[in-house]
Every structure is written in structure tokens, then in C-alpha cells.
Design a protein around this ligand. Structure first.
Ligand SMILES: [Zn+2]
Length: 140
């Protein structure tokens, strides 16, 4: 499968580099484009959801498996790669969370209390930030 075929199955695809894209993750309710896609020189494609979805769940959501991300000549001789995703892509994936946290911080700094649903959303944002930092190998 080519990168183009994969990208055609995703929504809100944006090219963020020569060999990389961001798109909405099909495995969760993605408000921002949290899915990073990277095309490796050997023909493999890497996927990472900055919100924390497992790659096999992302693939299953669009009816694919890992074998679809790999050229036939490499199948069976698959060496997993350690790869830190782009810090800029991680930041792009976190924009909605950061804007929400900013609003909460402004509100609290004026002495207002957050409602329960905002506290729940804050918790989810904190989880996404933790996942994104792990993906770009930043230790808090
Ligand atoms: Zn996801």
C-alpha cells in the first residue's frame, strides 16, 4: 500500500514535512488531527496517535493491518523501529488541549471554580499531553 492509499482513508490530512502528515485518528473521537503518519525510505509507514490509541486499533478502524503498512519484500523480515515522532506534530496534535487548559487557567486565576465536566476534560487533556510527551521522548 502506498502512503497515498493510506492517506485517502483518513480525514483532515495535512502534510507537515517531506515524508510526514497529520490526520484525524479514526480510532477515537478526534477533535484535532492527532494521528501522525511517517513514510520511511524503505517503504514502511509509521503511525502514531498522540492521544494514545494503539497502532493496531488505528489500523483496524480503517480495515487495515500492519502488513498493509509494509512493502511485500520486507514482510516476514520485520524489524521494529524505535522512532521519536516530531515535536512540532505533537504540538499540533495538542493545540485544542492547550487552548482549553489556557481557558481553564485564566478562569481559575480570576477565582472562578471549574464545573465537573471541565474537570473531566482537563483530566483527558492531561492524559493526551502525557502520551504526546512520551511519543517525542520528553520525560516530565
Ligand atoms: Zn487516536
Amino acid at each position: 500500500m502506498s502512503a497515498t492509499n493510506l492517506l485517502n482513508q483518513l480525514s483532515r490530512v495535512k502534510k507537515t514535512g517531506a515524508d510526514r502528515w497529520m490526520a484525524c485518528c479514526p480510532a477515537h473521537q478526534d477533535k484535532t488531527a492527532s494521528l501522525s503518519i511517517k513514510d520511511l525510505p524503505d517503504g514502511r509507514m509509521l503511525l502514531h496517535c498522540f492521544a494514545g490509541c494503539e497502532p493496531d486499533a488505528v489500523l483496524a478502524a480503517i480495515g487495515l493491518t500492519f502488513a498493509d503498512l509494509m512493502p511485500e519484500r520486507l514482510q516476514g523480515d520485520f524489524k521494529p523501529v524505535r522512532f521519536a515522532f516530531s515535536a512540532l506534530d505533537a504540538l499540533r496534535a495538542l493545540v485544542a488541549d492547550l487552548l482549553f487548559i489556557r481557558l481553564c487557567a485564566l478562569s481559575m486565576s480570576k477565582g472562578r471554580e471549574l464545573i465537573a465536566s471541565d474537570l473531566e476534560s482537563l483530566h483527558e487533556s492531561a492524559d493526551r499531553i502525557e502520551n504526546a510527551l512520551a511519543a517525542i521522548e520528553v520525560k516530565p
